[in-house]
Design a protein around this ligand. Structure first.
Ligand code: SAH
Length: 246
């Protein structure tokens, strides 16, 4: 019986993949790989596995969600086991939920294998814990993308006084910064942006909220990056906010 897995590859560092993920990957006949997955993790795939890149590669448009589900079904119906490999955790801004639903609708059960999400791994990579008893009672993961469901209620998020971890926020960082200031977040709130976390090319910027977008632009930081906002961002390496890139 062929099997289907939705696997989180973690944030980049191959050693941050789970044992369960590497084992499942080693069983799959076909591996469908998303953008942001470090290709080095494919060392755990079978030598004869068929590897299919479905992300935006070389300027090509990415395969549509429907197209990916169709491809999975084609392989499964032909008796091939399929591993769907996603960056970070498949159920955190990874559309894993949508794929699970689409497969369930045609009676296919997909096994979920968690990965370490970038929203935790990227801050940790520079020593920032997303919660800390002295600094934040919780953490909110939020998309900065602004598409689809519209803008988050920034005022409500600021009122929680929890750490904000923003995924996909780099393109709209100016707007997000302005929205948070308008929502009453103090200008001097500590922030950090971490690009390509846990990979050799990792870089980061620390700043206060009112100069975050300017410092990120000056340093030339881009996607993929996580932005962490809140008192916890004073912790870790080079803990004084100064806007330098490291
Ligand atoms: N499922 C993934 C998130 C996918 S959304 C997860 O759980 O991590 C894509 C966003 O994730 C990027 O825009 C960026 O904000 C973040 N991201 C993924 N990998 C990253 C990395 N290595 N460093 C920094 N941010 C990363």
């Amino acid at each position: 019986m062929s099997r289907a897995w939705l696997i989180g590859a973690g944030p980049g560092d191959v050693e941050l993949m789970t044992l369960k993920a590497t084992r499942a990957l080693g069983e799959a006949d076909v591996v469908l790989v998303d953008d942001l997955v470090n290709p080095d993790v494919l060392q755990f795939a079978r030598k004869d596995a068929q590897i299919v890149y479905v992300g935006k590669r070389g300027g090509q448009p990415s395969t549509s969600q429907a197209g990916i589900v169709e491809a999975m079904l084609t392989h499964l119906r032909a008796g091939r086991s399929v591993a769907r490999l996603k960056g970070g955790d498949p159920f955190v801004f990874g559309r894993g939920g949508e794929e699970q639903q689409a497969l369930a609708a045609v009676g296919v059960h997909v096994e979920i294998i968690n990965g370490i999400t970038a929203g935790i791994a990227a801050p940790a990579a520079i020593g920032i814990p997303v919660t800390h008893r002295d600094h934040a009672q919780g953490v909110v993961f939020v998309t900065g993308h602004g598409a689809g469901n519209g803008e988050p209620d920034w005022r409500a998020l600021v009122a929680t006084r929890m750490t904000l971890v923003i995924y996909m926020g780099m393109r709209r960082l100016n707007e997000i910064e302005a929205a948070l200031l308008r929502a009453g977040m103090p200008a001097e709130t500590p922030c950090a942006a971490i690009e390509s976390a846990t990979r050799p090319e990792q870089r980061h910027v620390r700043s206060t909220l009112n100069t975050l977008a300017a410092h990120v632009a000056a340093a030339g930081l881009g996607s993929p990056a996580i932005v962490v906002i809140g008192d916890v961002a004073t912790l870790g390496e080079s803990p004084i906010p100064h806007g330098d890139t490291v």
